[in-house]
Design a protein. Structure first.
Length: 907
């Protein structure tokens, strides 16, 4: 939005007029946050806090009429001491008159009784005695001498006394110096007791002529001068440097000062209850952002200082009479032209608007105050100003209040608050229905990024290395939106790899689709339904479930769950599973319905997936959309970002199939882990995979997905056994327990153990299980606790577990398995050579293979036709020394066997 537009300015003016009409706008003298560099007041919400080094000092303020006696005050702002008017103590604390000794001298100091030890220790006194302990009440009204009155003549005109104040805390000395012109608490105390609001500091932070010796000095540079003057007068008892959180101007980062000035305010203190009530109607993400952090801020909010002493900005629409002092607020350009008697168009900015005069009812002339609005007031009215309200009401009535806004967690006292305040003033309701509070991006150690610290990461650097979509997806997926994010280059790289995989998945079927003239316009779910394999139905179910998962996450603004669901789908479901299942079907040369079903499933999956990913990775999906969708559909939207959000097809979602496939993948992973233990490659088939489980889910998965599991485990056979059933390839060993046998059979224990070892373990286990005992000999009866049983796994069998059971993989190498294994190794290498020759997919070759090992040669021969089909070879020549010839000949080491493979293009 552009706040410099007239219609925007008029919306702000209208809001200000509403405040005036409701008696919520007033001018008053207050101590406000002041930036001496910008020379303007700033609101509490504009104050940024950062660490700052300042002096922390104890100063003696001498008591009038009591020689050698002083009240001991503490401050971290020595520059305010020249403006001191009073001292505050807490009437509920106990105080003490203490005689303190150092260097052979003594003095009497008054400060909080409970702080005697730490204060005197800091000041390095050698000894002390408590002369008197008394309530703080008894100090009220006592006069003291201003410590610098000899340098500041005007201070001699003021009375300086001690006052009670509940805000004084039991720390430092328990006595606080009060400068009503330079602190909110000081100001309130001054007003309460009718003290002078003495503020001898000008707009640029320099002392005025009232400050005598200090006139013309800047408060930012005067601390050491004040400390030196105090020390010369024997009044500086102790000093140190402390680091504390201190307010800085949000615009220029200059440390702020407190300064009493006349400003214009909105009475937010009168609207607290309404604002607190309204935020309960707002949906907060996370909930604690509104119900804890924001509520706390509103509960402690002060009146809003909306005037700024600047030139550029929305002019305050307040005209004040130079005669009676009355003021009025103008709500728009037409009203101002009418009251100002202006016929031509009017520029609403300074200096032009300053020239407009209005006749007051008293006969005087009203002139505009020179101030402009707080910029937070500008943004506060955004939700209706951007809708051109109040001039145009149609959009406002249709679209307001805003359904959703988002900002960082610092905006609980910024934009969230200013919008709420202005809206409650104008309409009595919150201007938004839901709010997402987001975190900040920090460096990898959790520190705020800063050029001075050298830990800045420029977005341009990340984008140039990984692309904008990778950065965007990383930022959205790494954390819950409301959590701060520790930037990690490796994690961006991981998201980049994910998107590269996504891109490769998109590219994978294209050559086959083009070669086969696949046209998605000629295929529908109804026409292809009967040809869909179980993995196709699973893929369509999963991609529609993805829509549902992303929908659910987006509804509650959990963008990390939405993006993680997408990432899981791309990597696990699509790339690592479905593509592996469907790849062989795309190589089928004939016009086969099974292949068309695979194409349809891939196309439909990518169509839906690109739509789901569009908000998160807008550029890569746009490229895919233009090629894949608009390449076929002339009536498709011009951009994917003009398409409607997809709706899940509930009829295609099959939760039981998804569960079965999940179990199947667990079985395949367990089988893969078992293979790795025996270092058996996946290209080499295994004789059998045995699953031991009593789970109904496992049984269902094997019944529905036996072929899928067979292919993905590259197994010749799958067997399911229930828990307790034993696989015939596993032997059983009985293990006698000497600790149980010895005490019962004593000298016969050795014979009993030997008899147990001679028994058939399966028969013994069965007998002990059924009968509860077993007679080894006429006089020897053993019980189940005397023997345990363990499986003995053959060397060529490996085992692994999954969530619902155990998987055994029989890796016994038969001649048939060896032949197929070597054939697959040859195929992989021949396909790599095709790629190196830059052959097109449809190009045919002649293949010649030299295998000097006759045994391996005989094992491979039965697989020649299979090799020819996979390599797209017209002729295959195989031999110990076939006389290799070809366009490309290469030697390979295949499982320790030296082979040579030759390929020739078929012209």
């Amino acid at each position: 939005y552009m706040t410099l537009k007239d219609e925007y300015i008029e919306a702000a003016w209208w809001t200000m007029k509403r405040a005036w009409e409701k008696n919520l706008l007033f001018k008053g003298e207050r101590v406000v946050n002041w930036c001496p560099r910008c020379e303007t007041a700033i609101a509490d919400a504009e104050v940024e806090y950062a660490d700052k080094r300042d002096p922390s000092i104890f100063v003696r303020f001498r008591i009038k009429g009591r020689d050698g006696e002083a009240i001991l005050i503490w401050t971290t702002t020595p520059w305010t001491i020249p403006s001191n008017i009073a001292v505050a103590i807490n009437p509920s604390f106990d105080y003490a008159r203490v005689r303190a000794y150092k260097d052979g001298k003594s003095e009497i100091l008054i400060f909080a009784y409970d702080l005697i030890e730490p204060v005197l220790k800091k000041a390095r006194f050698e000894d002390y005695e408590v002369l008197e302990r008394f309530s703080g009440e008894s100090l009220i009204g006592i006069e003291y001498e201003h410590p610098l009155s000899d340098l500041i003549p005007i201070q001699r005109e003021f009375d300086h006394r001690i006052y009670g104040a509940g805000f004084v805390e039991m720390d430092n000395t328990g006595c606080v110096h009060i400068a009503p012109g330079h602190g909110p608490d000081d100001f309130d105390l001054g007003k309460e007791h009718g003290l002078p609001i003495f503020c001898p500091v000008s707009e640029d932070g320099t002392y005025t002529e009232d400050l005598g010796r200090y006139a013309g000095l800047n408060v930012r540079d005067v601390n050491e001068t004040v400390l030196s003057d105090l020390d010369e007068r024997g009044l500086l008892l102790w000093r140190e440097e402390v680091t504390h959180r201190y307010g800085h101007c949000w615009r220029c980062k200059t440390p702020i000062i407190y300064r009493a000035t006349e400003q214009w305010f909105l009475k937010m203190s009168e609207l607290k209850d309404l604002m607190l009530s309204e935020i309960e109607k707002v949906k907060w993400y996370p909930e604690w952002a509104g119900m804890s952090r924001f509520r706390d801020w509103i509960s402690g909010a002060e009146d809003w200082c909306i005037s700024r002493q600047r030139y550029w900005g929305i002019p305050l629409p307040i005209w004040v009479c130079d005669s009676c002092g009355d003021f009025r607020v103008i709500g728009g350009k037409d009203e101002l032209r009418e009251l100002g008697g202006i016929e031509e168009d009017l520029e609403l900015h300074r200096p032009f608007v300053d020239d407009v005069k209005i006749r007051c009812a008293c006969g005087g002339v009203m002139e505009r105050v020179e101030d402009v609005c707080d910029v937070w007031f500008d943004s506060a009215v955004a939700s209706w100003a951007t809708l051109r309200f109040p001039k145009v009401r149609e959009d406002f009535e249709r679209l307001w209040p805003a359904h959703w806004i988002t900002e960082g967690h610092d905006q609980t006292r910024g934009w969230f608050y200013s919008q709420l305040g202005a809206s409650v003033v104008s309409f009595g309701v919150a201007p938004y229905r839901s709010v997402l509070m987001h975190g900040f991006t920090l460096d990898d150690a959790g520190n705020k990024m800063s050029k001075s610290l050298g830990n800045m990461v420029e977005p341009e650097d990340v984008i140039s290395k990984f692309g904008v979509d990778s950065l965007r997806f990383y930022l959205l997926s790494s954390n819950a939106p409301w959590e701060d994010l520790r930037f990690n280059w490796n994690e961006v790289a991981n998201r980049n790899r994910m998107l590269n995989i996504f891109w490769n998945v998109y590219r994978f079927p294209l050559p086959y689709m083009i070669l086969d003239h696949f046209d998605p316009r000629k295929v529908s779910y109804d026409t292809i339904r009967d040809h869909l394999r179980v993995e196709d139905r699973w893929m369509l179910s999963r991609v529609n479930s993805l829509i549902r998962r992303v929908d659910e996450a987006m509804e509650v603004y959990e963008l990390h769950r939405a993006t993680r669901a997408i990432e899981e789908f791309v990597l696990e479901d699509l790339s690592r599973w479905y593509i592996q299942l469907v790849r062989p079907r795309t190589w089928i040369e004939r016009d086969d319905p099974d292949k068309i079903a695979a194409y349809y499933t891939l196309f439909e999956t990518m169509r839906i997936l690109t739509l789901v990913m569009a908000p998160f990775t807008p550029f890569v999906v746009e490229e895919i959309y233009q090629n894949l969708i608009r390449g076929f559909y002339d009536d498709a939207e011009e951009s994917i970002h003009l398409c409607r959000w997809p709706e899940a097809d509930e009829q295609l979602i099959d939760p039981s199939l998804e569960r079965s496939m999940e179990v199947a993948r667990e079985i395949v992973e367990a089988a893969s882990n078992a293979r790795q233990k025996l270092k058996r490659k996946l290209r080499w088939p295994v004789k059998e995979v045995v699953i031991v489980s009593s789970s109904g889910d496992v049984r269902d998965a094997i019944e529905r997905l036996r072929d899928v599991i067979l292919k993905q485990t590259n197994a010749k056979k799958i067997t399911l056994l229930r828990e307790g059933e034993r696989w015939e390839r596993l032997s059983l060993e009985a293990v006698p327990d000497r600790s149980k046998i010895g005490p019962v059979f004593k000298k016969e224990a050795g014979r009993v153990i030997e008899l147990i070892k001679r028994c058939d373990p399966r028969m013994l286990e069965s007998a002990l299980s059924k009968e509860g005992s077993y007679k080894l000999d006429d006089d020897i009866l053993i019980t189940p606790d005397m023997v345990s049983f363990r499986e003995v796994i053959p060397e060529d069998v490996s085992v692994s577990t999954f969530q619902s059971g155990t998987v055994y993989v029989d890796c016994e190498l038969t001649d048939e398995i060896k032949g197929e294994g070597f054939a697959r190794e040859v195929i992989r290498r021949a396909q790599e050579m095709r790629k190196e020759m830059d052959l097109k997919m449809e190009e045919r070759v002649d293949l010649s293979i030299k295998i000097p090992d006759e045994n391996v040669l005989e094992l491979i021969k039965p697989w020649m036709d299979h090799i020819a089909g996979e390599v797209r070879a017209e002729q295959v020549e195989l031999g110990v020394d076939p006389g290799l010839r070809g366009d490309y000949i290469r030697e390979w080491d295949v499982e320790g066997i030296k082979m040579e493979i030759a390929l020739s293009r078929v012209v």
